[in-house]
Design a protein around this ligand. Sequence first.
Ligand code: DX5
Ligand code: ZN
Length: 219
Amino acid sequence: MPFPLVAPSLLAADFSHLADEIRRVESAGVDWLHLDIMDGHFVDNISFGPALVAAVRKQTQLPLDVHLMIEHPDHYLPRFLEAGANAITVHIEQEAKHDVASTLRAINAANCRAGLSLNPSTPFEAVEPFLSELDLLLIMTVHPGFGGQSFRPEMMGKVRRARDWRNARNASLDIEVDGGINADTAQIALENGANILVAGTSIFRATDYRHAVSRLRGF
Ligand code: DX5
Ligand code: ZN
């Protein structure tokens, strides 16, 4: 797995030219595509659903990293699996209204990478009991709902705790950060132990996508 792994968030892409945007980020050397699914209930925004994931699936061989910022993710899980997700991340907060352990088991049973995410206001302790069930932990560095927000450096304490947990067990847990990730904040997150960078605005608002991706990688 490349280090760091760069996953552009299609939330920030030009939806009217999505196939071209996918070509452009592929040429820019990204590793995954990150798809932010929002239902207008768990977060105060609505983005897109399984049909768009299926359309993206037809356009690329890149792994699709699906981030479910929705209520009842367990109910919708089969549709995202059918659509071709390679990784599915659900939220730990009560407002997501699902049995976290059961949902993670269902994702794992489908041979899909299982992720768990926590919002800035959610303490690390909330996800600790589930870490051994995860392929990835997604630490939100903004409050979810919208791209273009500012990185919250105080979230690095959670990144360090995840890193220490992983290193103490020599575990293969991937640590992903999402929100306000640019050339500068990416290096902060990597220094603290993250290895997967989700970036929307810093890639899709750049004039040169390849240069933007290289800068995220620290070049
Ligand atoms: C939650 C979304 C955003 C998006 C990336 O709101 O998950 O964090 O992926 O946003 P930016 O544009 O900050 O990279
Ligand atoms: Zn996301």
